[in-house]
Design a protein around this ligand. Structure first.
Ligand code: DSN
Length: 424
């Protein structure tokens, strides 16, 4: 590799102080920098935040407790925390056209927990997409609190791997859930929030959308908004939304907003992570820029190009394409290749993906018969449809050969591409 390319991977900030401080931490930090800079990030839930978000999350806002809410804190010295949290709330409301927003949830799982705590009693019925068809652990999985404390009724996909609305309606009428969750962690198609809303109204259920994956697409007007169709909307802030790692809850119904406020604090959390709230404010402001709409639509163009590229090279893409950032590949037709082996081989080649079960997968979640890809991170680097062709080629080559030489050759080509699209 020429020195010119090596130069492009120099850390954007000095790690010298770390080297003198601790070998283990310095090594992990510098190697992770190298991994992110020289490799292709195709995990559908990951992204690269701006330097300003990084600065916010590493700022002295980490030094302060601010239990409570703006103007009603349990600690002194919160003047600037009130300003930042209120500003973050206002920006989130503008971004998603919401009447209220709560920016304190530490994560998407915490946001969902707070929503359940606000809207359900233990033993109530919760209906959501089954984990094995693309739902999330917190959507009623038996190993999660949501499946242990509530009666969980799953719905799933039809034979074409689209949300089976007939099943959603039938099960809703049979089980009369108090809460229906729409939203997924692995679903490559547009979610029809209006259709969910009409079913929720038929059975008098509260409707919650978990838009963790597609929040950036919604903010960038590249996916229909769940508001005002849903009573409450939860999300993470770090996937397609490209912000500080954390959660957010919002909605239009004031009565629900009041319950959520109490359920986040003091119901399920203590002190908010105010450095992360600062980072969320930065991300909301960035997502309100007109350029974010271009970003959101490019994510989808790239995902469509990558899905086409993979199908052209013989891969079975579930639903034969995508409407969003996510591509779901089935390896069921490849008897000698499972999701775990695909993930590991691609990692050797400098391409990070995650193994993922496919609907009704005969293999366990640790092995799987598929993998999941997403284009939010490589779009942030500035890559476009033409780069997706090269990426599809490398994926096909890496998965057709176990040869270390071949994987090394792809690793070098990936590095050369990444050098033209620096992360910072
Ligand atoms: N871990 C997230 C994802 O990868 O989709 C869901 O929580």
């Amino acid at each position: 590799m020429s020195d010119g390319i090596q130069d492009k991977f120099k850390p954007a900030w000095s790690l010298q102080n770390w080297e003198a401080f601790d070998d283990v931490l310095y090594s992990a930090l510098s190697h992770e920098h190298e991994r992110q800079a020289t490799g292709l990030e195709l995990i559908a839930s990951e992204n690269y935040v701006s330097k300003r978000v990084l600065e916010a999350c590493g700022s002295l806002f980490t030094n302060k407790y601010a239990e409570g809410y703006p103007g009603k804190r349990y600690y002194g010295g919160c003047t600037y925390y009130d300003q930042v949290e209120q500003y973050a709330i206002d920006l989130a409301k503008r971004l998603f056209d919401a009447q209220w927003a709560n920016v304190q949830p530490h994560s998407g799982a915490n946001a969902n927990l707070a929503a359940y705590f606000a809207l359900l009693e233990p033993g109530d019925t919760l209906m959501a997409m089954s984990l094995s068809h693309g739902g999330h652990l917190t959507h009623g999985s038996p190993v999660n609190l949501s499946g242990k404390w509530f009666k969980s009724v799953p719905y799933g996909l039809d034979v074409n791997h689209r949300i089976d609305f007939d099943q959603v309606r039938d099960r809703a009428k049979t089980h009369r859930p108090k809460l229906i969750v729409c939203g997924a962690t692995c679903y490559p198609r547009t979610i029809d929030f209006e259709a969910f809303s009409s079913i929720a109204q038929e059975v008098d259920a509260v409707l919650m959308a978990d838009i963790a994956h597609i929040a950036g697409l919604v903010a960038g007007k590249a996916h229909p908004s769940p508001l005002p169709h849903c009573d409450v909307v939860t999300t993470t802030t770090h996937k397609t939304l490209r912000g500080a790692r954390g959660g957010l809850i919002m909605g239009c119904r004031e009565d629900v907003g009041v319950k959520i406020r109490k359920a986040v604090f003091p119901g399920t959390q203590g002190g908010p992570l105010m450095h992360q709230v600062l980072g969320k404010a930065v991300c909301f402001k960035e997502a309100l820029e007109p350029s974010f709409e271009t970003y959101a639509s490019q994510i989808i163009k790239n995902a469509k190009a990558l899905a086409e590229g993979l199908m052209d090279r013989g891969f079975k893409v579930i639903t034969d394409g995508t409407d969003n950032h996510l591509i779901w590949v089935s390896l069921l037709d490849r008897t000698t290749l499972d999701g775990r082996e695909a993930e590991s081989r691609l990692e050797e080649a400098g391409i990070t993906v995650n193994k993922n079960t496919i609907p009704d997968d005969p293999r366990s979640a640790m092995i799987t018969s598929g993998f999941r890809l997403g284009t939010a991170a490589c779009t942030t680097r500035g890559m476009g449809e033409s780069e997706m062709g090269a990426i599809a080629d490398w994926i096909a080559q890496a998965l057709s050969s176990e040869s270390a030489e071949q994987l090394n050759r792809i690793r070098c080509e990936v590095k050369i591409l990444c050098a033209s699209f620096p992360i910072y």
